[in-house]
Write a protein of this length. Structure first.
Length: 114
């Protein structure tokens, strides 16, 4: 059950860099270069995301898998934005995290999809 979570963390690191890394690293590069580099990084993301979802589907139902992925995405994005992009943390990060925790609680406590 831990394996899909680890794979989703790895995939989200790649996807976050694919989606947002070019805003720092390639901001002066032509758009076609930023797109090409982002697609190459996104390919690596899919190499982890597809197996993560296939393995995860053995342990989680579809809504649980999606909410799990969203929580991981926001954790990775928060770390990325603070450490790599140097965006300061605000209290809204905390409130957003609480809403995500609430979503995770609701979806994982719903036994009707099991």
């Amino acid at each position: 059950m831990l394996r899909p979570i680890i794979l989703l963390f790895i995939s989200n690191i790649f996807m976050t860099f694919a989606w947002y890394g070019h805003l720092k690293d390639l901001k002066t590069a032509p758009i076609w270069i930023a797109i090409g580099v982002s697609w190459a990084i996104a390919f690596l993301e899919y190499c982890f995301q597809v197996p993560a979802n296939r393995i995860g589907a053995q342990y989680f139902n579809l809504p649980q898998l999606k909410v799990l992925q969203e929580v991981i995405t926001m954790v990775v994005f928060a770390g990325f934005s603070v450490t790599y992009m140097k965006v300061p943390v605000t209290r809204n990060y905390f409130f957003a995290a609480m809403l995500l925790a609430g979503a995770a609680y609701l979806i994982f406590s719903d036994k009707s999809h099991v």
